[in-house]
Design a protein around this ligand. Structure first.
Ligand SMILES: [Zn+2]
Length: 169
């Protein structure tokens, strides 16, 4: 089932998510819904808090559904390694229409469970390292604007508030 994606301003996007206690039919359903919602958006990643579900789970698919092997599901991910720095333009399904240049690690490794509850380690560079950090941030209640400073951040927040007031957010 495709869910609405929460947008900046919703408090549920800014609260840290809780660990998943065990893999169950409910987590399986949640992950199916996250994948469907990510593909429908369309996007390359989605974290459970973006659907209003406060659990530490995200999905990433840089192929946007073209390559089944590219789909990553992570439950209770933890950092293993992060190194280097990259600066690229980035967006978020919870801030439609906005992008900014965000500093992210050049290489990132996370470890968590896949949807069967088996431990998986994912290593990413370039766009995948960026996506891993972006989705991990969602699990900690952080959006990409929270990684920006000064004028750029204020500008995005102000424009989003204006859109919200106009009922267009
Ligand atoms: Zn996002």
């Amino acid at each position: 089932m495709i869910h609405p994606i929460l947008k900046l301003g919703d408090a549920r996007l800014q609260s840290p998510a809780e660990p998943v206690k065990s893999v169950s039919p409910e987590t399986d359903r949640l992950i199916d819904d996250m994948i469907a919602t990510m593909y429908a958006a369309p996007g390359i990643g989605l974290a459970a808090p973006q659907m209003g579900v406060p659990l530490r789970t995200f999905v990433i698919d840089l192929s946007m559904g073209r390559d089944p092997a590219a789909l990553i599901t992570m439950i209770n991910p933890e950092w293993v390694e992060r190194e280097g720095m990259q600066l690229e333009e980035e967006g978020c399904l919870s801030l439609p229409g906005f992008t900014a240049t965000v500093p992210r690690p050049a290489r990132a490794v996370v470890r968590g469970w896949d949807r069967r509850g088996e431990t998986r380690t994912i290593e990413g560079t370039e766009l995948l390292a960026r996506a891993l950090q972006h989705e991990m941030d969602h699990l900690d209640g952080r959006l990409f604007v929270d990684r920006l400073r000064g004028i750029k951040r204020d500008l995005i927040l102000r424009k989003a508030r204006k859109l919200a007031r106009a009922g267009k957010w």
